[in-house]
Structures are given as structure tokens and as C-alpha cells.
Ligand binder design. Structure first.
Ligand code: ZN
Length: 83
């Protein structure tokens, strides 16, 4: 059975048009999710990450954490969060 989604609206029923940036970042229904991820990373690593798409979605960050092992864990957590 083929997936049919003929509307240009977001499938999360937020009422907005589903552009690529909306689907992965701008959807208001995602902000709670990303704030939860930020909170869990703070709990795990003791670091407050900024909620920026370049960091969260693209994984581009520099000098957030000096500890290389924590940086590695942060990369893994962000990959898991995106999935
Ligand atoms: Zn939406």
C-alpha cells in the first residue's frame, strides 16, 4: 500500500505548510521534543546546548565541551535524537 499524503500541510496537524525546514525544525510541535533533548543532555553531560538547527540538525559544533569523550557522547546523543 502506497503512502498517500496529498496535502501540503504538516502531518503533525499544526496547520502550517510542510517545508523541509518545518518538518525537521520549525514545527511548533517539535519544540517540546527538542527542549526535552536539551534537558536530557544537560542531565547526562552537564552541558546546556543551544537550540540551534546547525547544532541539533546538522551536528555542527565547536568548543561546546572541552572533554573529548563527552563530545563523542554528545554526537551520539544528537544522532539518536534526530532518528
Ligand atoms: Zn508542523
Amino acid at each position: 500500500m502506497a503512502f498517500k499524503h496529498t496535502s501540503d500541510k504538516c502531518w503533525r496537524d499544526c496547520g502550517l505548510i510542510r517545508y523541509l525546514t518545518h518538518i525537521f525544525w520549525d514545527c511548533p510541535k517539535l519544540s517540546t521534543y527538542w527542549k526535552g533533548i536539551q534537558k536530557q543532555i544537560k542531565k547526562c553531560l552537564g552541558v546546556t546546548i543551544l537550540l540551534q538547527p546547525t547544532l541539533i540538525i546538522l551536528g555542527i559544533f565547536q568548543n561546546i565541551i572541552q572533554d573529548r569523550s563527552k563530545t563523542y557522547v554528545l554526537k551520539i546523543l544528537l544522532v539518536l535524537a534526530r532518528k
